[in-house]
Design a protein around this ligand. Structure first.
Ligand code: GUN
Ligand code: ZN
Length: 438
């Protein structure tokens, strides 16, 4: 597989892990190509070839030697809140009190550019360190929190999707903006940032409870006018659902609130979706909307057990999210391990290939980015990671006992953390390794 006529600048050599097909459709989806090179030029993948062939063909370009490591596409974290980084691991509360006690006070601090910039830089650095090359995030309701995010993502050339959180009621005054001002601000961000370089703006109503009908309608209007994704929360917690239905008594269920305001469609990303009714599941499937599954957050806040298999069987697109700060860490391997455990508890365990799919190729499809990222396919952007499968003693012990790729990958997902990430490349540039920090 090669893409001709582009000047190659880098060969990365190691063991290439990739999908032959969708692991939800058929078993045997993974293949590991030993001693292969990823050949890169102009930020794109040009070829995936046996290392000796690549060396013969491009003898003069730089080679980075990751033999003994697994080379994968960079991971996608499809849901998180960068302004909540400093309140991860906050004890004891379910969703609504957690928002009141920890989240809203912290988000109120994002009226200062220097603070927002510092947190955006930290979050993006932690993404790289954890092998995440595409984060999808909520900012806060302050426009400068959006500016801080995009400024830094652009400087790193990190592909990202982010949006200003829309809130005009039921939260501290410091976080509320009248809906017309916020609408104008988001339009302005779309004009300046959306589709520029590797950045995309998502329309981001926090959840129905913190937006008036007018604001939700305005968000729907923006969605109809622009090709942006829309991200929000749905059906995370029983108290949250009761609150929604009391605020919107005209709606029969939570999903109908979004539907009524023009926020349900193939570009909608709903985080959580744990307590959906049969009607809601059917409507979601018909609409083409996606659910972002955030298992570590759901366990941490005690929100409930997401029925991954059921939603896959219903044809609903999924992706995984760490949901920092309700999720206690950005570590995507831990998110995959928690997704396994949650599915195991419901007697419908996801396998290793399916878990990785939901953080790579499957996630890219869900985010409509599969023409750009998520696969080791010539022509796509060279967002890559190298994993050391023997990074820790426990990992090495288990890895060396594995008798198949799937078994080895499962060990990596269960036992791995950022120590396993030996390098992260964004558009062909190495942006993180334990020896060279950004
Ligand atoms: N629902 C509304 N806002 C939030 C948030 O910040 N985190 C989570 N997990 N759920 C939410
Ligand atoms: Zn969230």
């Amino acid at each position: 597989m090669t893409s001709e006529n582009t000047h190659a600048t880098l060969r990365i050599t190691g063991d290439v892990l990739r999908f032959r097909h969708d692991p939800f459709a058929q078993d045997g989806a993974l293949e590991l190509l030993g001693d292969h090179s990823l050949v890169i030029g102009q930020g794109k993948l040009l070829a995936v070839l046996p290392a000796n062939e690549a060396r013969q063909r491009w003898p003069d370009c730089e080679e980075q030697d990751y033999r003994g490591h697994w080379l994968l596409p960079g991971l996608i974290d499809a849901h998180g809140h960068y302004p909540q980084l400093a309140i991860t691991a906050s004890w004891g509360a379910e969703l609504l009190p957690w928002l009141e006690q920890y989240t809203f006070p912290e988000e109120s601090r994002f009226d200062r550019s220097d603070y927002a910039r510092d947190m955006a830089a930290r979050y993006q650095r932690l993404c790289l360190q954890n092998g995440i090359t595409t984060p999808v995030v909520f900012c806060t309701s302050h426009p400068l929190s959006v500016e801080a995010w995009f400024e830094q993502a652009e400087a790193l050339n990190m592909r990202s999707i982010a949006g200003q959180v829309l809130m005009d009621r039921n939260a501290p005054d410091a976080l509320l903006r009248d809906h017309e001002t916020a609408l104008e601000e988001v339009q302005n961000q779309i004009g300046r940032r959306h589709g520029h370089g590797r950045q995309q703006v998502a329309i981001t109503p926090r959840f129905a409870a913190t937006s008036s009908r007018e604001q939700l309608q305005g968000a729907g209007w923006l969605m109809a006018r622009h090709d942006c994704l829309m991200q929000t929360h749905l059906s995370e917690n029983p108290d949250e659902i009761r609150w929604m239905l009391s605020l919107f008594p005209e709606c029969r269920d939570y999903l109908e609130i979004y539907e009524k305001h023009g926020l349900l469609g193939p570009r909608s990303l709903f985080a959580h979706g744990i307590h959906l009714s049969e009607d809601e599941t059917r409507l979601l499937a018909e609409s083409g909307a996606a659910i972002i599954h955030c298992p570590s957050s759901n366990l941490f806040l005690g929100s409930g057990l997401f029925a991954a298999r059921k939603l896959v069987d219903a044809g609903i697109p999924l992706a995984l999210g760490a949901d920092v700060g309700a999720g206690p860490s950005l570590n995507p391997f831990s998110v995959m391990a928690r997704a396994y455990e949650v599915s195991r508890l419901q007697s419908a365990p996801l396998n290793a290939a399916q878990l990785l799919w939901l953080a790579t190729e499957g996630a890219a499809q869900t985010l409509k980015l599969d023409a750009c990222i998520g696969r080791l396919q010539p022509g796509l952007e060279a967002d890559l990671i190298a994993l050391n499968p023997q990074a820790t003693e426990a990992l090495a012990l288990r890895y060396n006992r594995a008798e198949s790729i799937e078994e080895a990958l499962f060990a990596l997902l269960c036992l791995g953390d950022d120590r396993m990430v030996a390098a992260t490349w964004l558009a062909g540039e190495q942006r993180w390794s334990p020896y060279s920090r950004v």
